[in-house]
Design a protein around this ligand. Structure first.
Ligand SMILES: Nc1ncnc2c1ncn2[C@@H]1O[C@H](COP(=O)(O)OP(=O)(O)OP(=O)(O)O)[C@@H](O)[C@H]1O
Ligand SMILES: [Mg+2]
Length: 405
């Protein structure tokens, strides 16, 4: 008798959120013979455009979440906005929610996160809760320096973070949040040398893996460039940051990718800024610059597969975000790509299928350096490529019609 060959039935991972992180996770799922199920708000969302398995609905609706989780080996996230109570219900019904709700809350609520990190002895900026405007004076006096006001929940891309100018400004910001019943906390403004990110992954089995520590460059509260690995970081500090990432993943019971955003202070110490429990902007470089990308790793982790090799494949990789220009160029994206590839053939482009709007993350470019490359030159080329894609302008004034490069 002839064996009847059947199509394989790969496990289904369901991801809440249809943004670019889900889109790139789907891309990794395809290589593993899988297809990511996506819970999206609209069929137009970046991941909903590309996955054949889409549930449309609100991530705050239990029935919608149940539909997404039915038959899935794991339910995971491209953002942190699902209320904990709904996730607890799903866990009670036997859904494998990864990261588990009791871990995820540390990426949802900055106050819960700060308190937990304090309890775990992780280094953090001084902070306090606020119930009245007068708390601002007391805290500013205690830290004797400028303060940062942060919404406890719901901030992203620097929204919900105000680096205040002075005491009067801080009081004003706090008063306005309190008047709207928005919970905020206060933090000391850290004098930073730069910002770093420790990206790790952890599986339910307990395996952990860490990528090299990277430097993240922010503009207006948004990550614009990532240098991997962080240039000139001492082995001691890099090792300490990796160990911190792995320890936090284990202590918090994270499953999947964990990004630990860090400040390197002017004194050379590390402080934890915040946590994200999903693939993260600071890990986009891994798509082209590491043996295992963060997206594949996230899938491996939530499916409890052995984790992949996190080593970089080059001495340096630079990621530059493509952020919508103040004025969308007349030249179409297709033509911009054409020109980009003509001038910077080594650019690895990742576009998210999003409409261009000022400051919106619509894609990123990775450039993987060669053995003898200079990180500043790789950075310049990656940033030039990203700027060209969003603005249709060469930052060095190059004119393709009249010059050779
Ligand atoms: N205590 C602080 N001292 C100095 N700078 C800070 C402080 N807190 C935040 N910042 C700056 O603001 C940026 C955004 O802050 P944070 O990461 O807390 O906000 P977010 O909106 O939740 O960010 P994300 O875009 O990562 O979700 C940081 O990357 C850093 O540049
Ligand atoms: Mg942040």
């Amino acid at each position: 008798m002839m064996a009847v060959s059947k199509r394989p039935t790969p496990p289904i991972v369901a991801m809440v959120g249809g943004g670019q992180l889900a889109r790139m996770t789907h891309q990794a799922a395809i290589a593993l013979g899988q297809s990511l199920r996506v819970l999206a708000v609209s069929p137009d969302d970046p991941a909903a455009q590309v996955s054949p398995d889409v549930v449309i609905g609100a991530h705050t609706d239990l029935e919608v979440l149940r539909t997404a989780a039915t038959g899935a080996a794991a339910l995971t996230f491209d953002h942190e906005h699902v209320p904990t109570a709904l996730l607890d219900t799903l866990v009670g019904e036997g859904v494998k929610v990864y990261p588990p709700p009791e871990a995820l809350v540390h990426a949802q609520d900055k106050l819960v996160m700060r308190r937990k990190l304090e309890q775990l002895g992780a280094p953090i900026p001084r902070f306090t809760t606020v119930t009245s405007v007068d708390d601002v004076d007391a805290f500013a006096a205690a830290v004797s320096g400028p303060v940062v006001v942060k919404t406890v929940r719901g901030g992203y891309d620097g929204r919900g973070v105000v680096l205040t100018r002075d005491l009067a400004h801080a009081r004003e910001v706090v008063a306005s949040y309190l008047a709207d019943n928005v919970a905020v906390l206060l933090e000391e403004r850290v004098s930073t040398r730069r910002e770093l990110s420790a990206l790790v992954a952890r599986s339910p089995f307990g395996q952990g893996a860490a990528w090299p520590i990277v430097e993240t460059v922010q503009r207006d509260g948004i990550c614009v460039t990532v240098l991997a690995p962080a240039p000139g970081l001492s082995e001691d500090l890099a090792g300490a940051a990796e160990q911190l990432g792995l320890r936090l993943a284990a202590d918090l019971g994270v499953v999947g990718v964990l990004a630990v955003e860090l400040f390197e202070t002017t004194e050379g110490a590390l402080l934890v800024n915040e946590l994200a429990m999903r693939p993260h902007n600071s890990g986009h470089w891994t798509m082209d610059g590491a043996v295992t990308s963060q997206f594949e790793q996230h899938l491996r982790a939530v499916l409890d597969y052995p984790l992949g090799d996190t080593r970089p494949i080059a001495p340096v990789t630079v990621m530059a975000n493509v952020l919508g220009a103040p004025q969308t160029p007349v030249m179409g994206l297709d033509e911009r790509l054409h020109h980009l590839f003509g001038r910077i053939p080594e650019a690895k482009v990742h576009l998210y299928g999003k409409a261009e709007r000022p400051g919106r993350k619509v894609g990123h470019v990775n450039i993987v350096g060669t053995a003898d490359c200079d990180v500043n030159r790789v950075r310049e080329r990656a940033e030039r490529a990203a700027h060209w894609l969003s603005h249709a302008e060469w930052t060095d004034g190059w004119d393709g019609h009249s010059a050779d490069d």
